[in-house]
Write a protein of this length. Structure first.
Length: 354
């Protein structure tokens, strides 16, 4: 009897010990899974994006940066936490936005358009915060990089450099007898400086007269457009100028109703009513900017040795609504322009890209 009791006690003790061991093992296994889950969780990078102004071109860039970063995050098991703001061309607001990004300890800043990139470069000097710019027409001329091939500092990005002569060729392919060309731009826009000088040089060599009218806001650009009509210009040229881009919806009818084609430096102008936009694909520029951000944050690429990315300027976008107003046929224009472009495409007037 006592023997049986002892056996029962031993068995109970053994069962209890086994239960304790199993509990410990489960706890260890559970703890190991938790640790693995923690170590395998997505790393988060904080990215501060500041847009210069609300217009179709720059908004398209931002949308594509964000979409591509989301895709890249999933592909690389990382999270890009994006803080977005728009300074609306206000320098004081821009300074505050950059200061906020720094206070929030972002891992990287993105400056959309030259003024934003320049402010970010200045305010992050002496820090280890990399800056990636988007849609800077002349990075070297703006002093953002030592050279496009080797930026030399903690900044690099994508450029929407414009081949001005290509647009001038389109103007005279359509109208070989054009006698006077209007140059419409904001004198304070760095993106306009080099293209306007190039346009003047082209027209001087060709012996064609030109008139300049400028504006620093929508109202001034509207007055400038009316002045172009009064001057009797045969066509108007605007480079990748964000001030005029913002005003395009307010001026396109002035030109179209006067029979004056407006040639511009981006497809977004044509979207907003200009006769023709020529230049880079801003959706693709946004995607490539995001790829550059991933390269720096995830792959460890050094901005100082990451070349500025440029693009072909071969796409002409024609607004078929304006063609109709001007009494022109898109298919005929396409044949005229094709020898001077990689591609000719059509678009209709709208406020923003779908």
């Amino acid at each position: 009897m006592k023997r049986n009791i002892r056996k029962t006690i031993r068995k109970a003790a053994a069962v209890l010990m086994m239960a304790v061991l199993m509990t410990g093992l489960c706890a260890c296994a559970s703890g190991g899974a938790a640790d693995a889950g923690t170590s395998g969780s997505a790393k988060t990078f904080k990215v501060g994006i500041c847009n210069y102004v609300d217009d179709a071109s720059l908004n398209q860039i931002v949308d594509n940066i964000q979409a591509q970063l989301e895709t890249l995050g999933k592909e690389n098991n990382v999270t890009f936490e994006i803080a977005y703001d728009n300074c609306n061309a206000d320098a004081n607001v821009l300074n505050q936005i950059v200061a906020n990004f720094m206070a929030d300890k972002v891992d990287l800043m993105v400056g959309v358009a030259t003024p934003v990139a320049m402010t970010m470069q200045s305010l992050t000097e002496g820090t280890n915060i990399p800056v990636v710019f988007a849609a800077v027409s002349d990075p070297e001329g703006a002093g953002l990089v030592a050279s496009n091939d080797a930026p030399g500092a903690n900044i690099t990005g994508t450029s929407d450099y414009l081949d001005t002569n290509a647009i001038m060729n389109l103007i005279f392919a359509k109208d070989p007898d054009a006698k006077k060309i209007g140059l419409l731009y904001d004198i304070g826009q760095d993106a306009s400086t080099a293209p306007i000088e190039a346009a003047k040089a082209y027209l001087d060599e060709k012996g064609v007269a030109y008139v300049e009218h400028t504006g620093t806001n929508v109202d001034e650009v509207m007055l400038a457009a009316q002045a172009m009509v009064s001057d009797g210009v045969d066509a108007v040229f605007t480079p990748t100028d964000n001030t005029v881009m913002t005003a395009e919806l307010s001026i396109y009818e002035t030109f179209a109703n006067a029979g004056i084609p407006h040639y511009t430096g981006a497809d977004s102008f044509a979207l907003n009513g200009a006769f023709l936009g020529y230049g880079v694909d801003y959706a693709n520029l946004g995607v490539e900017t995001a790829n550059m951000i991933k390269g720096i944050l995830v792959d460890g690429n050094d901005p100082a040795t990451t070349p500025v990315k440029t693009f072909d300027n071969g796409t002409a976008t024609i607004n078929t609504d304006i063609c109709q107003t001007l009494g022109l046929d898109f298919e005929e224009l396409k044949k005229v322009f094709e020898p001077y472009c990689l591609r000719v495409q059509e678009i209709k007037t709208a406020e923003s890209f779908e």
